[in-house]
Design a protein around this ligand. Structure first.
Ligand SMILES: [Zn+2]
Length: 230
């Protein structure tokens, strides 16, 4: 009877004993009781077993937590990579757009066809330069003229503008102006190679301005004054 009573009390204290939070007296009482009571000893063993399972479960959850953390980290890394990739793509796109814009609006890569070019008043200055007037009749600006000499000594003055052409701003822009070529200087710049002819345009599409043996009229005083700056 007294033993039975003790078992009930021990059963109540056992969880505290297991957790190590009971008083020293209670602890002593439990341990003394265990020496003679297999039932309560079994009860304690059972509690310990019960705890063991959750412990392994905890480890399992901890591992899962690790997995989740790894996934999270991987995701963060992926996010950083995506972000960098995004920046790179943006830079490339921006460059392509800028390049495209410049190609369209700024690069002088379109040759003006001679069908819209009028070359007039070809004459020779007293210092030997060949002077002529160029007018583009399509109303658009001329951005630049580029020079090329081919192997036969043909000199080309090629009018160029961007793909998207602009309206001519003033009647005195390059689209409506006098231009001159210093043949001697051009020959020097070309390693002394003789120039036999001067064209406005390209090898495929051009207007002849001068060629060897052609006698050009002397420039008028007005034109002469335009090209003398002393
Ligand atoms: Zn007992």
């Amino acid at each position: 009877m007294s033993n039975k009573m003790s078992c009930e009390i021990i059963k109540d204290i056992l969880p505290l004993y297991y957790d190590g939070v009971c008083s020293d007296d209670s602890k002593k009482m439990v341990e003394e009781h265990m020496l003679n009571c297999d039932h309560c000893k079994c009860e304690l063993d059972r509690m310990q077993d019960e705890i063991k399972v959750p412990k392994s479960e905890i480890q399992k959850y901890r591992n899962e937590g690790e997995v989740i953390r790894n996934i999270t980290n991987a995701w963060k890394r992926t996010k950083v990579k995506s972000f960098i990739r995004g920046i790179i793509i943006t830079i490339i796109l921006f460059s392509l757009i800028t390049l495209g814009y410049n190609r369209l609006f700024h690069w002088n890569i379109t040759k003006v066809p001679t069908s819209v070019v009028e070359v007039t008043q070809v004459s020779e200055l007293t210092d030997g330069k060949i002077v002529f007037h160029v007018e583009l009749t399509d109303g658009y600006a001329l951005n630049e003229t580029i020079y090329n000499i081919d192997k036969d000594g043909k000199f080309y003055v090629t009018p160029v503008r961007p793909i998207v052409k602009k309206k001519a701003q003033s009647p005195y822009g390059l689209a409506n102006d006098f231009d001159f070529i210093d043949i001697e200087e051009a020959e020097e710049n070309n390693g002394g190679k003789k120039i036999n002819a001067l064209y406005y345009g390209t090898p495929e599409d051009n207007i002849l301005i001068w060629k060897k043996g052609m006698n050009l009229p002397k420039a008028s005083e007005e034109i002469e004054n335009m090209f003398h700056f002393e």
